[in-house]
Design a protein around this ligand. Structure first.
Ligand SMILES: Nc1ncnc2c1ncn2[C@@H]1O[C@H](COP(=O)(O)OP(=O)(O)OP(=O)(O)O)[C@@H](O)[C@H]1O
Ligand SMILES: [Mg+2]
Length: 247
């Protein structure tokens, strides 16, 4: 089933078009990896999907709503997505409050009790190995710890769509593995669809069902993880996934 549909989407800064996607469908319940060189438009695409960056042309359809330069997502739809940013953003409060953020902003509408929030935060902290850090000021965390807080904050609301922009870039192998397990678990246990940007080809192979290869803002190839890595149809995909430079 289609979760998200992109139609004639373009993003242009000054006169430079950095994303140009005539059409793309992202499937529900799958983990989709976006790969591509630095500057190929991966983060910009994620920002548009999340409704944080307005398309210059075209639109994105999600949950029956359209997002374009003329129309924003409703709050209800926005709350079905969560994003982990490439550069972790820590609020000037405790790790607990940082993780609880998404639950606190919903608590009046959804009548969340304090105990419910505390249990959810505790679970997210345990999964991300942050239990002993809950009282610490988030701005004093190491880069890797802040990265894990970002993941915990995104997961805690059990979003339908989880957008991850290089969530493991500053982590050691053990933490990378832990985060990958959490993402898989979110996907399997409550059916979260995941779009993950990664520079790590091993990670894309390990975690993704589908892979999109982006180059200069355009989709060069989109297919199953196996087809992209084992039998890519475009020579540029083959060169990229094998680690060769692209001219
Ligand atoms: N606000 C902006 N104003 C002008 N140019 C921008 C802006 N945001 C992004 N760009 C440009 O758009 C292009 C795509 O950027 P983007 O951050 O999406 O790339 P990326 O694929 O995520 O790269 P990386 O792998 O390095 O994170 C880059 O050339 C970038 O400089
Ligand atoms: Mg980026």
């Amino acid at each position: 089933m289609t979760l998200l549909k992109i139609d004639k989407l373009k993003k242009t800064y000054d006169s430079l078009t950095v994303v140009d996607i005539p059409d793309l469908e992202i499937k529900s319940g799958k983990i989709t990896a976006i790969i591509g060189p630095s500057g190929s438009g991966k983060s910009t695409l994620l920002f548009m999907i999340n409704g944080l960056e307005v398309p210059s042309e075209g639109c994105i359809r999600f949950e029956g709503e359209v997002f374009s330069s003329a129309q924003s997502y409703s709050l209800t739809v926005r709350r079905k997505m969560a994003m982990v940013f490439q550069k972790p953003v820590m609020f000037n409060s405790s790790v607990y409050e940082n993780i609880a953020y998404g639950l606190n902003v919903r608590k009046n509408d959804l009548s969340y009790k304090k105990e419910y929030i505390s249990e959810k935060v505790g679970n997210a902290a345990r999964l991300t190995g942050l239990e002993s850090k809950l009282k610490q000021k988030a701005v004093t965390l190491s880069g890797g710890e802040a990265g894990r807080v970002s993941v915990a904050r995104a997961m805690v609301t059990e979003p339908k769509l989880l957008l991850l922009d290089e969530p493991t870039a500053s982590l050691d192998p053990q933490n990378i593995s832990a985060i990958e397990d959490i993402v898989r678990e979110a996907n399997r246990t409550y059916g979260a669809s995941v779009v993950i940007v990664t520079h790590n080809m091993f990670q894309a192979r390990r975690i993704a069902d589908e892979v999109i290869f982006l180059l200069d803002g355009k989709i060069i190839e989109h297919g199953s993880t196996e087809s992209i890595f084992e039998n890519p149809s475009d020579p540029r995909t083959r060169r990229f996934v094998s680690g060769e430079m692209i001219c």
